[in-house]
Structures are given as C-alpha cells and as structure tokens.
Ligand binder design. Structure first.
Ligand code: SAM
Length: 228
C-alpha cells in the first residue's frame, strides 16, 4: 500500500500523465498511478543498482512493463530521449533535488510540471524554480510517522511570466503560509527550536560568524511571527 506521502504526490498528476519518477526506488509511485490509470505512462529512474533491480522486478510482477519503463541513470539523464510532461522527484533533501534539476535542466524544456517532495530545505527549491521559469501552483504539507513532508508543485511559465516570491514566502512556502495547517505549525515549532539552538551554538564559537548569526536571527524572527 502506498504511504500517505506518495499518495499525496500522485494527486498532482493529471489523468493520462506521461511522467518520470526520478529516484523511484521500488517504483511504488509509478506502479500505483499506472494501476489506477491505464492511460498513464511512466519512466522510473534509478541511480543505484539495488533499487533499480527492485523497481524492474516490481513492474514485472504487476504486469506493467508496457506502461512503465525502468531506467538506470543519474537524475534526469533517463528522460533525455523521451518526451515526458511531468517529473516527480521525491523523498530526498532539497539540496540533492536542486542539484538533480540544475544538472539536468536542458532536459526540462518540454516538461510542463515538476512535483517535488523535499524532506528538508524546500526553500532552495522555491529559489531554483523562480530562477528557472517555473511557477509554484500548489503546495502541500503532511505529517506521517513523526516526519513532516512538503510537496511543491510547479508549472513551466508561459511567456516567462514568473511570480516573484518574497524571502519569507521562499522559506515557508506561499501556499503553506496561507493555509497554516497543523503539520505546518508543528514543523515550524520544531524549526524554531532548531534555530534557537543553532544561534546559541554559533554565538559560542571562538570566532563567531556574525553575518550568518544575523541571518538566522532574522529568520527566527519571521518564524516567531508566523507562529504567533
Ligand atoms: N522516490 C522514492 C520515495 O519518495 O519514496 C524513493 C526515495 S529514496 C529515499 C531515494 C532514492 O533516490 C534512492 O532509491 C536512491 O538510489 C535514488 N537516487 C539518489 N540519487 C539519485 C540520482 N542522482 N538519480 C537517480 N536516483 C537517485
């Protein structure tokens, strides 16, 4: 059975999606989508041999080899010779997702939608999206098994009309900031405690980096205001 996290991601794929799931692991996500939508087509990309083999075995077991092609490769290399309209990258840190997007950005020309699920550091992704002609069109946040996950949905901007986010919107997420659900509150209560600890530790360093400390203090102020 699909986790609530992966289920949430699938909601942002249209019917008849032609998509790639990069870092697909067991290919659970494309299998679930293709079982419920026989018109969907997917590429499951994996860098590492173990998960690649597991994905291949799973796709075969579910008799979905016509709909899902499992490919071994680094990041977006696996879509270089195919036309995909949506790309999912889930279950990794925001920094790693960003580096995968950056290294493969020439493959994204015809990709209409990116669905990204960073475990941490989603602000880097919002920054990258804005710089690379994608508009955030939706976001979601959920708690599962003690972890909090964010989902970012971005569509390629037509006519290069990209909405500019404020620094605060990049940190919190413009849609998440508006809805402020329980998972959001829990996340930022945890982050507030992290920031306080980090600021204290940085202040105790032999040669404190005052610029960095000030950045953290500024962001802590935003967090405290959002929580009040
Ligand atoms: N996407 C699945 C999910 O959200 O449940 C699996 C997440 S798993 C934690 C991360 C997967 O990404 C691993 O299977 C790993 O082998 C793969 N991976 C890491 N770096 C990658 C890269 N540069 N290209 C393709 N796959 C990668």
């Amino acid at each position: 059975i699909l986790s609530n996290r992966l289920k949430l991601i699938t909601k942002f794929l249209p019917k008849g999606a032609t998509f790639a799931d990069i870092g697909s692991d067991h290919a659970y996500l494309p299998i679930s989508v293709c079982l419920s939508d026989p018109t969907a087509k997917a590429i499951a990309g994996e860098l590492n041999h173990g998960p690649f083999q597991a994905a291949k075995d799973h796709v075969k077991k579910y008799q979905l080899t016509d709909q899902i092609s499992v490919k071994k490769g680094d990041g977006l290399d696996v879509i270089r010779n195919d036309k995909v309209s949506q790309v999912v990258i889930a279950g990794m840190g925001g920094g790693l997702i960003q580096s995968i997007l950056e290294r493969g950005k020439d493959t994204l020309l015809n990709v209409e939608r990116l669905i990204l699920q960073p475990n941490v550091d989603s602000q880097y992704l919002r920054e990258w999206l804005e710089k690379n002609n994608y508009n955030l069109v939706d976001e979601a946040i959920l708690a599962e098994d003690g972890h909090i996950y964010e989902v970012l949905v971005a569509d390629q901007a037509r006519d290069h009309q990209v909405n500019q986010l404020t620094k605060q919107e990049k940190l919190f997420g413009p849609f998440l900031l508006k809805s402020r659900n329980q998972a959001f509150i829990t996340k930022w209560e945890r982050e507030r405690d992290n920031y306080r600890r980090i600021i204290k530790q940085m202040g105790q360093a032999k040669q404190p980096d005052q610029k960095k400390i000030n950045d953290y203090i500024e962001q802590l102020g935003w967090i405290e205001r959002v929580l009040n």
